[in-house]
Structure formats: structure tokens, C-alpha cells
Ligand binder design. Structure first.
Ligand code: ADP
Length: 595
């Protein structure tokens, strides 16, 4: 009986025809009045795990969430689907109405801030009501082991004490196993099973490229993404402003965001981005917490982040609506050296510096990896696997591996013959037989390896040397002006002819192929997409809600692809349930007809 009911709510209210992953099992658990711990990546679909049980069960579903903006958007989105939802927190204006609705049993879901639920009398007030469930969102905040501990959250243990019979569902996207156990302990949950989804974000295409000419690369990337929202992360405040300037000069709606700007400017940038009035934010990592824009289509890292954790969290802001998104990481030795210097020159304890350096090392290995990148990330987070992902550049365009022993020998020989005294660029000049100032002054043109690698372009050499560094065949000595030095592994290659495998460097072909994949994502009628987008914008402004609350990008693209011409056809679009059909159906069918 439950089953029919939850499926009809899934279809009629949310407009979806099937559950994802363990959603259904989680819903059944809560409906059996058991506690649940849900670890699911961002965009994985946590919300319906508590929204559907709240709708099925008699009584009020209470959702505790620390992010006020997010709460309001969720309420707006639910109302759009015809669900009786409301929020109470420090900024709510019409709480009187909310309480009147609760008294009249008119409300199904109530979002509450932690401060509010813990405020005097609120728990007692709730005890007089019938409560269907408590959902604790961002549950990692209860644990000092999580990365966003909030002391108030710990006091939520009162929920179990005061409502021992009411199921509690705790949800988060970020919790390692220590944090998971701590959530259970702190909230006094009685869980039979943890629901842990894979951290893989299958809708995010992961690309990493050498950072040469990154500005040109960014402009070419954006040319095919004129309408799409994205974040461009930079290491320095100066670069955010410089890049925003360049993009504005090219006609993009772009702004900088960093901690040095005043609060009002920052708020305006965030709001404009949220409302689709701003396309690109060029930001430092200060732009992070609280961004819950589901239709961020791309994230670019202008500089390499210092850990895989930060990187994954930052790219995780893309594609929250579950639709295709792309992320592009630029890396260079320059970034590596800068980050290493921050760590070495920082005032932290030696043991902490050691951990930071090791994390930076792993980030570098990720950036320069020639096998599945998703595996590198998942293994890093302890989710061991070695299948391929099919949504990273290395899986989509596997690099061609060749016998690079001769190249490695040329590199090592040049390193030795220069007395380990040069960095990458001069070494390449020597290999390519370039008479640069540095070469002439030091008479490097007289050594035996001068010009032996003339036929290989500069960029290719750079790539091969990087691979040799990653394989430990040669090392870069940051303490000595980034000079190249030999390692304990060098000898076997130089003297014993031990084989070295290298991945062929083919930037142009790879770029073209990836660009094609990106464009193939949709067969949608682009004129209809534009019409729908502008209609959505007007509608959202009329209602005072963000555009995606009216329809998300996925629904919009599906409409422009399938071109539904009847109510039944419209209902097959993801995200269109009965209420949205009644409200917007005629307008959409009209636009499809005219397309
Ligand atoms: P989370 O809270 O885990 O970040 P959400 O609950 O906001 O994720 O869901 C992310 C997106 O996926 C939303 O657009 C949501 O409507 C969509 N979604 C959730 N469950 C399903 C499903 N079963 N089928 C299709 N789309 C879904």
C-alpha cells in the first residue's frame, strides 16, 4: 500500500518516474518509523528521502537545516509543486501565518533553523502536535570531526530525548566514517543500516589540462557556453578581478568575488548569480558555503587547489540538478611551487606541514594522472575501485601509451651533463638545440645531448618531463630553484635500459574530441530553449523566486528536445507533476506549438 502511495507522490508531485539509488529503501525505513543515516553526494537526491515520508505520513515533517537561503528556496520549490511547506527562522516575516496553518493542520513540511527549534518553548509547542518525522540536514555539523562543526547542532540530541517514538533521518554529503559514527552518537540515532551512496558524481565531466595559455583556453571554452552559469576559481584576489575584467571585455556577464570586497558587494554578486542575472563568478575559495544554485553548468580552476578535498568540494558545486556539467582544472609547476611555498613558509607545526605537503602531492598526481581520474578521487576518499568512469578526459580519450625509454634517457642524460643545474625550460632548450642566452653563457651547446630532441615540440617535452617526474625518474628540487635532479631510479633507465612508458601528448585532437562530446549532450531545439529560458525568467520574477524553482534546466532541455504536444506528453518530462502541469502546461504547449 505504501509502495503505490510513494510512487504516485513521486510522479504526481515531483514529476519523476523512478527512484534513484537507495531513495526508495530509505523512504521505506522512515515510513517503518526507524531512524536513518543518509550519506549521499550533493545533487544525489537527499531531499525526497524525507519529503515523501512527510507527505505520506499523518502529521508534520520537521526539517532542521542551517542554511537559511537554501531553506527558503526549498520551500519555494515545494510550494511550486503544490506541497504545503513553510519555514521559520530568524528572517521569516510571516510566522503568524505559519503557526495558524500548523494549528489548522494545513502544513505538511516545516523547515526550521537550529536556533529556532532550540529556542524556549518551541520543543514544547511541537510536543502538542503530531510529528511525522525529523530530518536533520547537513548532519555533519553535529560532529567536531566534520568540517563545519556547529555547537548548536549538538543540542539537537534533545529531539530523541523528547520524541523517542518519532523517526529521525540525518543527511549529509560530507562525512567520513568517524563523522558518520559521531552523527549517530550525537543525535542518539538507532540505525540498523547506514545508507552510503557512492561519492561518484556521474553527471560531472572531469577534465584537467596543463595551464599553458589558460586565458585563451578559457575564452574558447566559454564560446560554446554563452548562456551557461559557471564559477572560475582562482588562487589570488588579483586574478579574480583580472579575469572578470577580461570576460566583461568579451561581453560576458562576469564579476569578481573575494573576501576583500565589502559585504554588500559580495551579497549582490551572490544574489545576481543565484538569479541567473550574472553568468560567471571569478572567485577565490571565499565563494563557497551556502551556494546552492542547482544549474551551475561548469567550474574551472584557474589554479590548482591544494588538496583533493577542496577540489572535489569546489567542482561539486556544478550540476546539482543532476544534469551534465563540466569541470576543467588547469595545473602547472608554478601553481605547485606557490602552494608548496605557502605550506613551507606558513607558521603551522611541522607535522601539519607534512600532511599538507602529502595532500598537495596527491592533488598533483590527480592533475597529471593518465588513467581514470574518478578512481583517483574515489580511492583517495577510501571508496576503492578500479573500473573506469566514462566521464573523465582520460576515460573518454584514453591517452596513447608508447615506449618512452629513449626520451627518458635523453632527459636524464641532459640533467647529468648540465651538472643538475637547470630547470625544465632550459633543459628543453638544450634538448631542442635552442641557442638561448642561458645556453650560450653556460656553453650548454657543447654538451652531447644538445639538440638530440629537436624533432619534439617544446610543449610535448614539457609534458614528458612532467610524466618522468611523476614516475620518480627525475625530480624537481624546489629547495634549489626548481632545478632538475636525478633520483635513485634514474640509473636503471640510463645505464640498464629499463623501459619507461609515456603517454602521448595530443592536445589539439583531444580538445576537438572533447568539445564535440560537450555539444552532443543535447539535441534540443536551441530557439525553443531560448524562448523557454526567457519565459522562465519572467515567470520567476513575477513570483519572486529563482528561475530554477519554476523549472530546472533539465526539464527545460527535455521540453525543447521532446517537444511534447499534450498534457500526457508533458507529464513525462522530469520535474513536471500535476500542479506544475496545471499551472504552466498551457503556456509551455503554446511555446512548443509556435517553435
Ligand atoms: P541533494 O539535496 O542531495 O543535493 P536534491 O535533493 O536537491 O539533492 O536533488 C538533486 C536534484 O535531483 C534535484 O533537481 C531533484 O529534483 C533531482 N532528483 C531527486 N530525486 C530524483 C529522481 N528519483 N529522479 C529524478 N530526479 C531526481
Amino acid at each position: 500500500m505504501h509502495r503505490d502511495k510513494i510512487y504516485s507522490i513521486l510522479k504526481d508531485v515531483f514529476g519523476y518516474s523512478s527512484f534513484r539509488g537507495s531513495q526508495e529503501e530509505i523512504i521505506e525505513t522512515v515510513l517503518a518509523r526507524q531512524d536513518a543515516l543518509v550519506i549521499m553526494p550533493t545533487g544525489g537526491g537527499k531531499s525526497i528521502c524525507y519529503q515523501i515520508p512527510a507527505l505520506v505520513t499523518q502529521g508534520l515533517g520537521i526539517v532542521v537545516s542551517p542554511l537559511i537561503a537554501l531553506m527558503d528556496d526549498q520551500v519555494a520549490a515545494l510550494k511550486q509543486m503544490g506541497v504545503a511547506a513553510a519555514a521559520v527562522h530568524s528572517n521569516t516575516m510571516d510566522s503568524q501565518q505559519v503557526y495558524a496553518d500548523i494549528e489548522a493542520d494545513k502544513l505538511d513540511i516545516l523547515y526550521v533553523s537550529p536556533e529556532k527549534i532550540l529556542s524556549a518553548g518551541f520543543i514544547n509547542y511541537l510536543k502538542e502536535k503530531e510529528i511525522a518525522l525529523f530530518a536533520v540536514d547537513e548532519a555533519h555539523c553535529v560532529s567536531v570531526w566534520g568540517n563545519d562543526f556547529r555547537p548548536d547542532y549538538v543540542k539537537l540530541s534533545i529531539l530523541k530525548a523528547e520524541f523517542p517514538e518519532t523517526p529521525i533521518i540525518a543527511l549529509t554529503a560530507t562525512a567520513d566514517s568517524t563523522t558518520q559514527d559521531d552523527i549517530i552518537t550525537q543525535l542518539k540515532l538507532d540505525v540498523k543500516k547506514k545508507y552510503i551512496s557512492s561519492f561518484e558524481r556521474t553527471n560531472i565531466k572531469t577534465i584537467a589540462r596543463s595551464g599553458l595559455k589558460r586565458k585563451e583556453q578559457i575564452l574558447s571554452f566559454l564560446r560554446t557556453r554563452q548562456e551557461e552559469s559557471g564559477i572560475l576559481y582562482c588562487l589570488s584576489r588579483k586574478s579574480t578581478e583580472q579575469l572578470a575584467g577580461i570576460l566583461k571585455g568579451q561581453g560576458y556577464k562576469a564579476e569578481a568575488y573575494h573576501a576583500g570586497l565589502d559585504a554588500a558587494t559580495r551579497r549582490n554578486v551572490q544574489l545576481a548569480f543565484q538569479n541567473d542575472d550574472l553568468q560567471v563568478v571569478c572567485a577565490t575559495i571565499a565563494f563557497g558555503m551556502g551556494i546552492d544554485k542547482p544549474n551551475i553548468r561548469w567550474v574551472i580552476h584557474y589554479n590548482m587547489p591544494k588538496t583533493i578535498e577542496s577540489y572535489y568540494q569546489e567542482i561539486g558545486r556544478a550540476g546539482r540538478d543532476g544534469q551534465e556539467a563540466e569541470t576543467l582544472l588547469f595545473y602547472s609547476w608554478g601553481d605547485y611551487v606557490n602552494l608548496k611555498r605557502f605550506i613551507d613558509e606558513g607558521g603551522a607545526e611541522a607535522s601539519f606541514k607534512k600532511v599538507q605537503s602529502a595532500k598537495l602531492e596527491r592533488m598533483w598526481q590527480f592533475a597529471t594522472a593518465i588513467s581514470c581520474r574518478t578512481n583517483v578521487v574515489l580511492n583517495y576518499f577510501g571508496e576503492y575501485r578500479n573500473t573506469t568512469c566514462d566521464h573523465c578526459d582520460n576515460c573518454l580519450n584514453p591517452p596513447e601509451v608508447f615506449d618512452g625509454t629513449r626520451y627518458a634517457q635523453m632527459i636524464l642524460s641532459a640533467v647529468l651533463r648540465t651538472g643538475e643545474a637547470v630547470g625544465i625550460n632550459i633543459l628543453i632548450d638544450i634538448l631542442r638545440g635552442g641557442y638561448t642566452q642561458e645556453v650560450k653563457v653556460n656553453q650548454y651547446n657543447l654538451i652531447k645531448t644538445f639538440g638530440v630532441g629537436r624533432e619534439i615540440p617544446f610543449l610535448d617535452w614539457k609534458h614528458y618531463i612532467t610524466q618522468c617526474i611523476n614516475q620518480g625518474i627525475v625530480r624537481i628540487d624546489f629547495a634549489d630553484n626548481s632545478r632538475l635532479k636525478i633520483t635513485p631510479l634514474s640509473n636503471a633507465i640510463l645505464k640498464e635500459g629499463k623501459a619507461v612508458e609515456l603517454a602521448r601528448f595530443v592536445p589539439e585532437e583531444r580538445k576537438k574530441k572533447l568539445a564535440k562530446i560537450a555539444l552532443d549532450v543535447t539535441d534540443a531545439d536551441s530557439n525553443l530553449v531560448a524562448t523557454l529560458r526567457s519565459w522562465r525568467k519572467t515567470k520567476a520574477a513575477e513570483l519572486g523566486v529563482p528561475a530554477y524553482v519554476v523549472f530546472n534546466d533539465k526539464a527545460l532541455l527535455q521540453i525543447a528536445t521532446l517537444k511534447p504536444r499534450s498534457d500526457t506528453a508533458l507529464l513525462s518530462v522530469d520535474g513536471i507533476g500535476k500542479v506544475k502541469l496545471a499551472q504552466y502546461g498551457p503556456a509551455i504547449l503554446g511555446m512548443v506549438d509556435e517553435s
